[in-house]
Design a protein. Sequence first.
Length: 207
Amino acid sequence: MINNWKQKTWEEKKKGFKIAASIFLVFISVSFFSSPIYEKDDIKKITVTLTKNPRFVKPQNTSKVQGKPFVIFQTTSGTFELRGIDYKYLKHQQLRKNVKKGDQLTLGVLEEKVLTIHKGSVNYLQFAKAQFHKQKNRLFLRYLFTPLFFIALIPLFLKRQPMLRQNDGQYLKVDFAAILFYTFIAMFILLLMTIGFDAISSSEFIE
């Protein structure tokens, strides 16, 4: 595969960098819209009574879709769901043990989405941590793919592949594909050290 890339003409390589730049731009754009971040003022507090025990759902994964687990709350005021990153910050063991059919809960909701859960004075969903996780998730994507996007753009403005003269008088082609690869590795490690692994964690629950 590496040899095939090296044998490509500069124009063929530029097409590859154009595709790469488009993909990186998509990831950057997604970071502005995925996993909406909420303020407490965005949510509506309602008091409900559970008509059934909270139901933990784990959809079956298929070859095309990866099902993500969620919780369903069936109440006297309708059905509400806890999904996504907010779901990760559920104190699930406490909720499974202490929240049952007939209990009265105070839910913070936005339409059918559950964003806070209280039973009396006990908080079962870490709202602030969930929103902070979403912010870190977005920053991780932006900081990772923005430098890659600009590196992939550079070859598109060059008519010829640039050459660097070495000390022995030989010329070496500037390998932008290698620069992209090593920049990706370096940025990924740097972001793990600064923003943290939890920003991309697939853990079902984060205490």
